[in-house]
Design a protein around this ligand. Structure first.
Ligand code: PMT
Length: 404
């Protein structure tokens, strides 16, 4: 479970620093890539040479190399790591972490880390029992850090073991258990999902276009939900002003339906499924004008030609096991129209949202949907935020991926 995991190991100035050599050896043996960070005091207890030899990487301690000025970016380290483990963690380092005192690379990296952080305190009993230390550990815990203590440590009753650093074997086991648990919470971790979002713009002339009111909010909520469940998301989106947050979302920006189709055709064979949330223009102007069309007193006719139906193309191309889900945005005869689209586009399920429902459809932060499956069963959902709606849709996608 630790194979390939990137771990930042912070070593601070405690007599227990000798245990970090064993800890490091165990992590490396399990296949983890470990970058050691040491405080100045940590180096008084164990030499960087030992830890560098065991990790196969130079040990970092300073913000930059005195010799040649090479800068060690705490931000890069914090983003690189799948987990940060500070073992041993002194009372002083925990105090700095709580108070944001960034006078060394280790604490600075902690403040930039986006990964889970594990802290194994090590100090004598008096220091451990001091209200300052207890308060700092409680604060770190409330911020999501895992405080690792021996089974007979502070969390248990009695004084025995308090302040002693947990044994390396137990720390490694705890990390492994954490990663196993995290993988279980990410049921789509081996999946790659294509997602379309936003509108398409079809040019009339160099300054005008045919478009629609899609803001991309529904699609972007789906992207974040899919990524949060571990999927790699291939987001193909039309012109929107939204930003994605999760690093697992790979965005391809397009303008027209033809460009959206081309991007989807390239990505779909690599994906396990697709959700088509984009509001694609069904027609485009046959001959967009090369120059701005001038106003005249006359009526103006534009000849429109049909755009490709991207959802249908993918629905017809899908191979066994691939799941394709579409949306139906309706104003009348909602269910009938949605069922027709489900069938015509060969979809596994369709998400119906109707502009006749208050709070549903374009631009807002809420939506009200019904999901109609290939088995023709319909499930209605109440009005929810688009983030909650995304969760309902991804639940359904997950179920389809399992049964397909
Ligand atoms: O972006 P927001 O402001 O948050 O609004 C969200 C939304 C209303 C745009 C979204 O919830 C939604 O309903 N998206 C689909 C809109 C739409 O175009 O529906 P449709 O019924 O016209 O199309 C049916 C399906 O075919 C859709 O999955 C659509 O993406 C797809 N399609 C349609 C036409 C086309 N040429 N190619 C397509 O792939």
């Amino acid at each position: 479970m630790l194979k390939g995991k990137k771990i930042v190991l912070g070593v601070t100035g405690s007599i227990a620093a000798y245990k970090s050599a064993v800890l490091l050896r165990l992590l490396v043996k399990k296949g983890a890539e470990v970058q050691v960070l040491m405080t100045k005091a940590g180096k008084e207890f164990i030499t960087p040479v030992t830890l560098s030899a065991l990790s196969g990487k130079p040990v970092l301690g300073e913000f930059f190399e005195r010799g040649d000025g090479t800068w060690h970016s705490h931000v890069d380290l914090g983003l690189w790591a799948d987990a940060m483990l500070i073992a041993p963690a002194t009372a002083s380092t925990m105090g700095k972490m709580v108070n944001g005192i960034c006078d060394n690379l280790l604490v600075t990296t902690y403040l930039s880390a986006r990964c889970p952080v594990f802290v194994a305190p090590a100090m004598d009993l008096d220091m451990f029992q001091h209200p300052s230390t207890l308060q700092n550990m409680t604060t770190l815990q409330s911020w999501g850090c895992t405080i690792i203590e021996p089974a007979s440590g502070a969390l248990a009753s009695g004084l025995e073991g308090k302040g002693r650093m947990e044994e390396p074997e137990a720390i490694v086991q705890l990390l492994e258990d954490w990663f196993v648990g995290a993988e279980k919470k990410k049921p789509l971790s081996a999946k790659r999902i294509l997602l379309t979002a936003g509108p398409t713009y079809e040019a009339i002339d160099p300054v005008r276009f045919i478009g629609n009111y899609s803001s991309g909010k529904m699609g972007f909520a789906l992207a974040e939900e899919l990524a949060a469940r571990g999927a790699r998301v291939e987001l193909v989106c039309g012109p929107v002003h939204l930003k994605t947050v999760h690093p697992n979302i790979h965005r391809s920006s397009v303008t027209t339906a033809a460009e959206m189709l081309a991007a989807c055709q390239e990505l779909f064979p690599l994906c396990d499924g697709a959700i088509m949330a984009a509001a694609v223009a069904d027609y485009r102007v046959a001959q967009p004008a090369a120059q701005k069309i001038k106003r005249s007193g006359e009526a103006l006719s534009l000849q429109l030609v049909p755009n490709p139906d991207i959802a249908r193309e993918l629905g017809l191309q899908k191979r066994p096991g691939q799941v394709v889900a579409g949306f139906a945005l309706e104003t009348v005869n909602e269910e009938q129209n949605a069922r027709l689209k489900l069938e015509k586009k060969n979809l596994d399920f369709i998400v119906l949202n109707s502009l006749a429902e208050e709070g549903a459809g374009f631009m807002g932060d809420t939506n009200k949907i019904s999901i109609i499956g290939a088995d023709n069963k319909r499930r209605d959902f109440p009005l929810k935020t688009k983030a909650e709606v995304a969760s309902d849709i991804v639940d359904h996608l997950e179920a389809c991926l399992i049964t397909n």
